[in-house]
Design a protein around this ligand. Structure first.
Ligand SMILES: [Zn+2]
Length: 241
C-alpha cells in the first residue's frame, strides 16, 4: 500500500499540475521557461547576460510602445535546458515552437506567437553585451510585427523560399536599426553603444537564411538612417509604419 501511494501520489500531482498548467496556459509562461522582467536600471553598470536581457526587454518595450506596437511582444522568456514546447498562433495561423535539449537541439534566440525565446548559455554570444542584446531583442520584435500583419516567419523559415526568409530577416535587422535610432534620441543608449551594435551586425557570420554580415549591417544602418519606412521597403509591403 505504501509503495502504491509512493507511485500514485506523484502521478496525481503531476497530472494535476499539467491540467492546471494547461488551463492557465493563456497567462502562464510557456512550459520550462522563465519570464525576463523588464528593468531599465539594468541598463547601467555591470553587463551580465541576465542584466543585459532585462535591459533589452525594457528598451524593446519602450520602442514598441512608441510605435504603438506593444502587443506584438507579450513576453520574453528564458528557455530552460531541457525545455521544449509548441503553440498555435491564431493571429497569423502559424505554429510556434521552442526547444532546448542538451546538445541535440537548440533552436536558439527566436520569436514566435508574441514570445521571444532566449537561452542564457547557447545564446551567450548574442547577449554578452548590452548593445548586442538590445540589437537582437529589437530584431526579434520585428518578427512580432511581421506576425501581426499575418506573415509567417516560422513556416517561411522552415519551408522557404529562402529569399523570402532573407527578406523577413533583413526587415527585422532594419527595424532594429530604426529602434536604435529612437533609443539614442531618447537618451537610453549612447552613440558609442551604437558603434558597437553596427560592428556587431557587420561581424555576424553569413547564413543562407539570414544573408551575410555585410548585408545585415547595411539593412541595420538603413533602419538607423531612414527609420521604419525603409523596413517596409525591404519587406516589400506595409507592416512597420
Ligand atoms: Zn530573425
Amino acid at each position: 500500500m505504501r509503495r502504491g501511494c509512493a507511485v500514485v501520489v506523484p502521478v496525481l500531482v503531476c497530472v494535476t499540475t499539467i491540467l492546471l498548467g494547461y488551463q492557465t496556459s493563456a497567462h502562464a509562461a510557456p512550459f520550462r521557461t522563465v519570464v525576463v522582467e523588464p528593468d531599465l536600471a539594468a541598463c547601467h553598470g555591470e553587463q551580465t547576460e541576465v542584466k543585459n536581457a532585462s535591459c533589452a526587454v525594457a528598451l524593446t518595450d519602450r520602442w514598441l510602445r512608441h510605435r504603438e506596437r506593444a502587443s506584438v511582444v507579450r513576453e520574453t522568456v528564458m528557455v530552460q535546458n531541457p525545455g521544449a514546447g509548441l503553440s498555435w498562433n491564431r493571429a497569423n495561423g502559424d505554429v510556434c515552437v521552442y526547444a532546448e535539449l542538451g546538445r541535440l537541439i537548440d533552436l536558439g534566440l527566436h520569436h514566435c506567437d508574441k514570445t521571444t525565446f532566449v537561452n542564457l548559455e547557447t545564446d551567450a554570444a548574442l547577449i554578452s553585451t548590452r548593445s548586442r542584446t538590445v540589437t537582437t531583442f529589437v530584431h526579434e520584435s520585428g518578427h512580432g510585427v511581421q506576425e501581426s500583419v499575418g506573415l509567417k516567419p516560422v513556416s517561411t523559415t522552415v519551408f522557404g523560399p529562402v529569399d523570402e526568409v532573407r527578406r523577413l530577416e533583413f526587415a527585422s535587422d532594419c527595424w532594429s536599426g530604426a529602434g536604435w535610432s529612437w533609443l539614442i534620441g531618447e537618451g537610453y543608449l549612447s552613440p558609442a553603444d551604437l558603434t558597437e551594435a553596427v560592428e556587431f551586425m557587420y561581424s555576424l557570420p553569413g547564413r543562407p537564411t539570414h544573408g551575410t554580415g555585410a548585408e545585415r549591417g547595411r539593412a541595420f544602418e538603413r533602419g538607423i538612417a531612414e527609420g521604419a519606412a525603409a523596413c517596409d521597403a525591404i519587406l516589400g509591403r506595409s507592416a512597420y509604419t
